[in-house]
Design a binder for this molecule. Structure first.
Ligand code: SF4
Length: 373
């Protein structure tokens, strides 16, 4: 049997039309980087993320202008929206009145009676709440001198705080919530989420906050989120990148697909190249061409791109189609079978011809086919 991550058992939290936790696939989230009151710009980013397969999008809601834009954003989005609120209970109430599917609040920075008001309104509206506890918002106890102790104390305080809020929400008869325990430190993220996962059945949103630019964030998130997801912990994720939100979705899918928790619709299995690479311009060029040609493809495909045929097509036996460079003419193969040799400059065109054929075979077999190639 194939290796598979055993997911932690949780209750389900429903964000609009997207259940989170339980047996549901780990959701991929991103956050828009536009001013939320710029409805057109925000919807453009949301739709771009939708094309990439995002499940839920969070938008900042720092002021009245942003809250006023929410009805148009909700109406224009196919995926559920989370309004991100800090210190402003009035905006959380306004977002819920506007029909937002979820509000993200840190209840610790809102007066208790107003937290109750938000919870009651979320319950009336059928909305979800994400309880967000960040290391930055937790105050260390006085008198702690050793830095390492302080780290542990802070981390435990984060978990205790989150558990406390979960118990309060449950006591108030509201159960449609999930929790995030975020830190910019990978080890703190792993520790707090592990402990929280062990002590509750509440769905968890995972993220390493302020993870940096694309490369740094990809590494930090892959280690932090990957460690936890590999242990079955985490029901929804966001990779925070200082940059394009579409990259956040792509990297999120890469992490999940590496752990077989989600399947990307297009997976390119490319070799790293070496001195045997026979592709004109190198295998990276070829892999980029394949990626570009498949960017609008909506079906499911795994394509292997190899610099040479040294290990034979068996190297990429799990791919649906494959191409491998060779002197003058490369190889085109389907599964483990070599179909033909093709001049290097025509490899990608010929691969697309085989993709059309594959789609026809899938249609004849009654399988789901791509709506766009
Ligand atoms: S497939 Fe060929 S070119 Fe690519 S890494 Fe392996 S030996 Fe090198």
């Amino acid at each position: 049997m194939a290796f598979q991550v055993a997911r932690r058992k949780t209750r389900t939290c429903t964000v609009g039309n997207r259940p989170v936790g339980g047996d549901h696939l780990v959701a991929v989230q991103t956050m828009t980087k536009t001013k939320t009151h710029d409805v057109e710009g925000t919807l453009k980013q949301i739709r771009g993320a939708q094309e990439k397969g995002v499940d839920i999008v969070r938008v900042a809601c720092p002021d009245e202008k942003s809250a006023n834009a929410l009805p148009a954003i909700i109406a224009g989005s196919r995926v559920p929206i989370i309004a991100d609120i800090h210190f402003a209970p009035g905006l959380a109430l306004k977002a819920l009145e506007a029909g937002i599917q979820c509000v993200r609040i840190n209840p610790g920075n809102i007066k208790l009676e107003l937290v109750r008001k938000i919870v009651d309104l979320a319950k009336d509206k059928g909305a979800a709440i994400r309880i967000g506890v960040n290391s930055g918002s937790i105050m260390p106890r006085k008198g702690l001198e050793v830095k390492n102790d302080m780290e542990h104390e802070m981390a435990d305080l984060m978990v205790d705080t989150a558990i406390n809020w979960c118990e309060t929400f449950d006591k108030w008869g509201f159960h449609n919530f999930k929790v995030s325990l975020k830190s910019s430190d990978v080890l703190t993220t792993v520790y707090t989420n592990r402990r929280f996962a062990k002590e509750t059945d509440v769905p968890i949103h995972l993220g390493v906050t302020e993870a940096g630019m694309l490369q740094a964030s990809t590494v930090k998130s892959s280690i932090g989120l990957g460690t936890l997801l590999g242990e079955g912990i985490g029901d929804t994720i966001r990779v925070s990148i200082t940059g394009d939100p579409l990259d956040e979705v792509d990297v999120g899918y890469e992490i999940l697909s590496a752990l077989r928790l989600r399947k990307k619709n297009v997976e390119i299995v490319a070799c790293p190249s070496c001195g045997r690479d026979e592709v004109d311009g190198g295998v990276e060029t070829l892999a980029r061409q394949v990626q570009e040609r498949l960017k609008d493809y909506t079906g499911n495909i795994v394509v292997s791109v190899l610099g040479c045929i040294v290990n034979g097509p068996g190297e990429a036996a799990e791919a649906d189609l494959g191409i491998a460079g060779a002197k003058d003419a490369g190889y085109l193969f389907k599964g483990e079978t070599i179909l033909r040799r093709v001049p290097n400059e025509k490899l990608v065109d010929e691969m697309m011809i085989e993709l059309y054929k594959l789609e026809k075979e899938r249609a004849a077999a009654g399988e789901t086919v791509a709506s766009k190639i």
